[in-house]
Design a binder for this molecule. Structure first.
Ligand code: ASP
Length: 336
């Protein structure tokens, strides 16, 4: 098994000689693994210090490069991979890996909320649980997982919901897939394989804007999106997929030129399709050419749209991929 470290709180300590205040990422995968002797009983671990940064400084280019390294390891016969990183962007990075890494072998992402200088750091327990999950045959075929605070989440559903609680990761719509008990993963629910995932993602990932609707919004930002050079837009709309009525014309015009994806700012449920008929409703926006994010929240929809655009997908290709990803969560059971 291979452990890739990318930095984050799990790897953050004080500068022993310096007087800089605050912890920063300093530890690599080897040091993180050596700090948890129980790991030796679970699997033989190769370690790769892949990046050493706060997770807000990671980019989709880093993730494309990481996915290529993971794929190389899987092609060489590695049974599973664990990625340690900052929690701030795990909900995005893990979904990018879910979309980019093929095959049934487990990729498990984890991190920590309490850094190693604090009482009760959660990094060692999270790392041990992540390796235990990645080593388990039960984790095969579940896509990328986030293992944190003894819970096992699917990357496609999980969100960071708290600024400092170790119980920050939640899957609001679907719930966690399972949990850890006495060092063993218990998988209660299985996710179907994702369809419509991008293939042939290039090194250059076009910029996609993410705008959250707010009370009393106007359309000034929407009108600037194309001129600022964005290749697409994700709108985190109110509730089931609604915006103020006077923003619709600008969104409709943009949707004729670039992919504009409609997500919900609520963080749970799905974008509606056929309930409301008022100007600015989901029916109105979808009829103007916006593409439904379905169950994907705005952050995850932005990752999918960015990676699709990095394959050169056109509007029809983007629409089709969003539909397929959404249909994959309700795939019929495979025949006996
Ligand atoms: N607070 C963050 C963490 O939990 C810092 C980061 O995301 O790099 O790791």
């Amino acid at each position: 098994m291979t452990v890739f470290s990318l930095g984050g709180t799990i790897a953050s300590t004080n500068d022993p000689g310096g007087d800089a205040a605050g912890v920063t990422p300093r530890l690599g995968a080897r040091e993180l693994v050596d700090a948890v002797p129980q790991l030796q009983e679970v699997a033989e671990l190769e370690t790769v210090a892949f990046r050493q940064t706060a997770s807000g400084d990671l980019t989709l280019r880093d993730l494309v490069a990481l996915a290529a390294e993971i794929t190389k390891r899987f092609d060489a016969g590695v049974a599973g991979v664990v990625v340690t990183q900052g929690t701030d962007t795990i909900e995005e990075t893990s979904f990018a890996l879910d979309l980019l890494v093929r095959g049934p072998r487990p990729v498990v992402v984890t991190g920590a909320m309490r850094n190693p200088t604090l009482a009760g750091p959660d990094g060692p327990a999270n790392l041990l649980a992540a390796v235990q999950v990645a080593a388990s045959p039960q984790a095969s075929g579940l896509g990328t997982l986030v293992v944190f605070n003894d819970e096992i989440h699917a990357a496609r559903f999980v969100r960071k919901t708290h600024t400092f609680s170790p119980a920050t990761f939640r899957s609001l719509t679907a719930g966690p897939l399972g949990w850890m008990v006495e060092g063993r993963p218990r998988i209660a629910f299985r996710t179907p394989e994702l369809h419509g995932t991008p293939t042939g993602v290039g090194e250059e990932v076009p910029a996609v804007a993410l705008l959250k609707s707010a009370l009393g919004d106007d359309s000034r930002l929407v009108e600037q999106v194309e001129a600022l050079g964005y290749a697409g837009l994700v709108v985190e709309a109110f509730g089931g997929g609604h915006v103020p009525a006077h923003v619709v014309p600008a969104l409709g015009r943009l949707a004729g030129r670039l992919p504009v994806v409609l997500a919900s700012r609520t963080g749970g449920g799905e974008v509606l399709r056929e309930t409301y008929g008022f100007p600015g409703s989901e029916r109105d926006l979808l009829s103007c050419g916006l593409i439904s994010a379905g169950f994907l929240d705005g952050l995850k929809a932005r990752i999918l749209l960015s990676l699709l655009l990095a394959t050169g997908a056109d509007l029809a290709g983007v629409r089709n991929a969003f539909e397929q990803v959404n249909m994959s969560v309700s795939s019929p059971p495979s025949p006996e």
